[in-house]
Design a protein around this ligand. Sequence first.
Ligand code: MTE
Length: 302
Amino acid sequence: MAMRWKNTLKDCDVTDETLFLNRRQIIGGAAAGLGLGAIGGVAHAAPEDLEPNAYEDITRYNNYYEFGTGKDDPVNNAGALTTNPWSVKIVGLVDRPGDYAFEDIMKAMTIEERLYRLRCVEAWSMVVPWNGFELADLLAMAGVQSSAKYVAFETAYRPDEMPGVRYPVLDWPYVEGLRLDEAMNPLTIMATGIYGKDIPNQNGAPLRLVVPWKYGFKSIKSIVRITLTDTQPPTSWNKSNAREYGFYANVNPQVDHPRWSQASERLIGGGLFSKRHPTLMLNGYEEEVGDLYAGMDLTKNF
Ligand code: MTE
């Protein structure tokens, strides 16, 4: 944990000291209170200078349109979401289709910490210390059949608990999808925690996808259904505007959004001092996942 604070001097320079100390306590506290036994895996693809955002940044500035389109609507409204009991239906081209209770999933999985960049298509970013497990391990529980080529995901749809679904901002429920090789990549995780605490509702409790090399909208929250299929599944943002949001949604500084540049991003946190950083190809994970797109025209498959 401590190694993440290598750059503390830089951090002190730009952050009020009380805030800075609080942030350190949060991190220390999380480390002390983990109690999850299995945590401790070294974060994949985490360069040494990657510093996690404060817990407050990660949990108070969100996109979860089922609870409203404002950045603080999720923290204010998502408390209404019932996350216990919870189960995930895994169906389609699998050997053992069925309802998988969240507790049973958690008993079977090894929870690790992964420090990942999160780059939203809106050109802001954060660094998040997730806790979770590899999606491949969950899919193995259900037994993926050899004919499967894609994985489709669906978020809960609860009009009684989700005030945002009254508005046709998107075609509810929120759906997403990955190619099977993307889903099986070891960087792709299901997150169940942040800073060693259960993931808050506004971040997608009790389990959400995290695909760190893709724009944040691929990282679908509060998943209730996973379908293995042989055809490319529809995805919410692509359905709403196919010209602006592709199926792949790989972070790419060279392929601009039709309405704004994707060459740089604003790192959330730091208040007045928050500044723009250059956006990295595949969000900095090119070495790990670049091969998945060898030979593809990324301006067409955006
Ligand atoms: N999942 C659902 N179900 N609904 C959403 O509105 N927003 C996406 C993604 N997952 C969204 C969602 C977008 S645009 C982003 S950037 C990330 O969640 C934000 O994750 P965070 O709030 O944990 O930072």
